[in-house]
Ligand binder design. Structure first.
Ligand code: FRU
Length: 504
């Protein structure tokens, strides 16, 4: 169990020791066990010597470390990012006697090339044997990586998206057996280029209305695409394209680029293989940024890297942006302490100030939700802000809605008043413009999880979300919510819960 002053998150996955980056090979097996592999340097605290680390969980929160699943074949090579599928029909013929065969598809990085390889597992994903016929795709490139494979039932074929990173191409390949791959199409020079395309994902997602009810009978696809370096906020970020996929080609709904997160610490997210059709897509992202990930201060505790909360996603439409990929944390019940610490349902009374003393929460991890109904704006400026602070160190992390008279609304986050990590690119503040409420019973909502060194916010039903790492020297144990300029008759609802440490 980590020391009580540790930055180690208590409800998020972090590696036992060493350096972790991208989630890899996410899948859920027929028994309901979730598998998480990850880019892992077990021998150092910097990126390099990449292996596939492995952990398993029944609830996406309590993870059990498993032995390293895939090792590089020699000292010059590294096992880079990739994905996992379950070969139920034994298309690969690796699994004559089973329907739960697992195949990993990943990039082997060598000094001269990046090629796509596969390895099979007959024991449900714990140990892997590389295919004798590797590589399965040699693209004659040193920058060709991160294969993500899904099954396409309509054409009864495997589909791979993979990045020709520096040519800004997401190549789509198809295969009947995971061994022989045919180039089908390219999705190139779309969205933000940055300096490299990395970690594409093609995922089928349900379409729902704003409150999560199914809206149409068909699903759509989303292509997510990470870029690094060169993100608008610096370093790494992930963009996505809603669209349709016909088995060979991806067609976006429009020419827009949409960002998955409005802060700087959510990269290379991957969707789980094997989740039930028609249900929300599940994903994990790597909560860091290549700009400063190799300088973060958790090195003094012997580890670096944390995954985002497990998230569920669906597509919805809003009046201003069109299609939006909604991201919400999965049900937090496995880690929620029974009984809220504090609940308020108060008239704002002009200026409200709500406080929750969180010192009794041993984990140092909290969940808080705020619901603010639509109100008509009369003050030039109205706001609802939160602040998590440490009376001992004077540090704080804050955020909230800033409502301008014209109808514009900004949601912001600020990590500038923390002292544990000083780096010029570890920038202080982030914001996003959120769509003003339409008619009816629209509410402004926030669901936030703070966990020692990470804050995640899901704003307005998950239409906007952000992941922000933060390294306070002191424990943040006081939550304050304040309002200004909101009419007196408006009721605001705040609910605060402690979170249970998964290390206990
Ligand atoms: C993304 C990435 C991938 C690569 C892996 C190497 O963060 O650069 O493109 O496969 O990390 O660890």
């Amino acid at each position: 169990e980590p020391h009580e002053d540790s930055w180690r998150p208590q409800v998020h996955f972090s590696p036992p020791e060493g350096f972790m980056n991208d989630p890899n090979g996410l899948f859920v097996d027929a028994q309901g066990t979730y598998h998480l592999y990850y880019q892992y340097n077990p021998t150092g605290i910097l990126a390099g010597n990449q292996h596939w680390g492995h952990a398993t969980s029944k609830d996406l929160f309590h993870w059990f470390d498993q032995p390293i699943a895939i090792y590089p074949p020699d000292a010059e090579s590294q096992v880079f990012s990739g994905s996992v599928v379950i070969d139920v029909k034994n298309t690969s013929s690796f699994f004559p006697d089973q329907s739960d065969g697992v195949v990993a598809i990943y990039t082997l990085n060598t000094p001269g090339a990046q090629v796509q390889e596969i390895a099979y597992s007959r024991d449900g994903g714990y140990t892997f044997t590389p295919f004798e016929g590797n590589p399965v795709i040699d693209g004659q490139s040193t920058q060709f990586r991160d294969p993500k494979v899904v099954w396409h039932a309509e054409t009864q074929r495997w589909i791979m998206v993979v990045a020709y990173a520096q040519e800004f191409i997401v190549a789509i390949y198809t295969s009947p057996d995971l061994k022989t791959w045919t180039h089908a199409s390219d999705y190139s020079h779309h969205g933000l280029l940055g300096l490299q395309y990395e970690c594409p994902n093609l995922v089928r997602v349900p379409v729902r209305d704003a409150v999560g009810a199914p809206q149409t009978e068909y699903d759509m696809y989303v292509l997510t695409l990470s870029i690094n370096p060169g993100a608008p906020l610096g370093g790494s970020t992930t963009q996505y394209f809603p669209g349709n996929f016909d088995g060979t080609q991806f067609t976006p709904v429009d020419g827009a680029t949409r960002l998955a997160d409005f802060a700087k610490d959510n990269y290379a997210a991957q969707f789980f293989y094997g989740t039930p059709e028609g249900e929300d897509a599940l994903s994990l992202g790597w909560a860091s940024n290549w700009q400063y990930t190799e300088a973060t201060p958790t090195a003094r505790e012997g580890w670096r890297g944390v995954m985002t909360l497990p998230r569920r996603s669906f597509l919805t439409r809003n009046s201003r942006e069109g299609w939006v990929l909604v991201s919400l944390p999965v049900e937090l019940s496995p880690v929620l302490c029974p009984g809220p610490i504090r609940v308020t349902r108060e008239h704002l009374g002009g200026d409200m100030r709500f406080e929750a003393d969180l010192r009794a929460v041993k984990s140092g991890a909290y969940h808080f939700e705020i619901v603010l109904p639509t109100f008509s704006r009369t003050a030039t400026e109205a706001r609802l802000t939160f602040e998590l602070s440490s009376s001992a160190s004077g540090e704080s992390v804050s955020g909230g809605w800033l409502f301008a008279l014209g109808g514009d609304c900004h949601f912001y986050l600020d990590r500038g008043r923390t002292h544990g990590f000083d780096h010029p690119l570890f920038t202080d503040g982030f914001s996003t413009s959120v769509v003003a409420p339409g008619e009816g019973d629209y509410t402004w909502t926030l669901s936030a999880v703070f966990d020692r060194s990470i804050l995640e916010v899901f704003v307005n039903g998950g239409a906007a979300s952000a992941t922000m790492t933060v390294f306070p020297e002191g424990r943040l144990t006081m939550l304050a919510v304040r309002t200004a300029g909101i009419p007196e008759d408006v009721l605001v609802n705040v609910v605060v819960h402690g979170l249970k440490s998964v290390w206990e």
